[in-house]
Design a protein around this ligand. Sequence first.
Ligand code: SF4
Length: 375
Amino acid sequence: MSTPGDARDPLFERELARKLEAQERLDDADATYLYTRARLEDLERWATEGRARFHAPARATYLIMRIINYTNVCVAKCDYCSFYRLPKSPEGYVLPRAQIFEKIDEILALGGDFVGFNGGHNPRLRLPWYEETFAAIRERYGDTVEFYAMTVAEMMYVAKLCKVSYAEACARLKAAGVRWITGGGAEILTNEFRARHSPLKYTADDYMIAQRAILDAGLKSTATMVIGFDETVAERVEHLRRVRALQDETGGGLFSFLSWTYKPYGNELGGQELRPEDYLRHLAVSRLYLDNVRHVRTSVLTQNQNALRGLRFGADDFDIPLEDEVTQMAGATINRDIDQVLAQARAEGFEPVFRRVARERAPAPARAPVRLPLA
Ligand code: SF4
């Protein structure tokens, strides 16, 4: 994609500044300008002002969480993925339930209350497997743990595999105790991007239908995006436009918007990592364009310390993740030193405040906190 630094356009920029001042909605040309021509220092200032419309200026919230990658078996074969194994691979796995419980116990012992499930499109795992797994988690932990049950993309696959509608799949998952189906697996939501890199997964149009079904079923959801593949600026803007339109249509059904960056190692697509400043630029554009999404989240998982700098570019919330095999296999490094991550947020001028997700507080662990092995 083109890089910023092209000649600025004073007239365009004056009108853009007026719109921002008047809190008018930005259009696609504005977003394109911000991606390609605005100065980083202007983006920082504008995004900080945009953030202040929603959040206290010197405060940021965070979660302690882990992703539980319950299976790496997948038939979607996305070319940007370093994680999946085909069904007959000897390296394929499905986590036994006891191991899932162990991972949840560890996060509770570390003071977290939240896990996200993310796995491949495994043809051996049908809807009852998910219903039973999530019901067992609710039964064991009640409201002391909250979880993102699966991503939109996984729900779509399982619904198709079991030949049920998205609405029926969502209703059954909800009856099993699911409250969230997160907007993961979105990467770049254009039909062209899907056709180039993951034609077997879904089309962007179908993804939007599925996410609408999730919200219609009374489940909660989020929006996500991954940047740094070969997507064009126009494709990034289309993705943002789809999110904003769904948010308008559903009256604010999406809790948050999280972007992370593509890691190019160990997969078919390869390529280069995105420059840190391009991530900051993207956060700022997201904050300014998505005027109907309250939370813009920054990705410590893929951006490490730069993610905390993102709090100055419009983000207001971050995860401290302890595990995510999908991005770790593609080159992400995880910092499990929670105090150090919090100190990095403070060094950027923000007081980090723990965001509780579960409805009830878990009892204090009976044993010493678990020390997770280094990656
Ligand atoms: S990104 Fe997800 S759907 Fe695509 S191949 Fe990897 S595990 Fe499968």
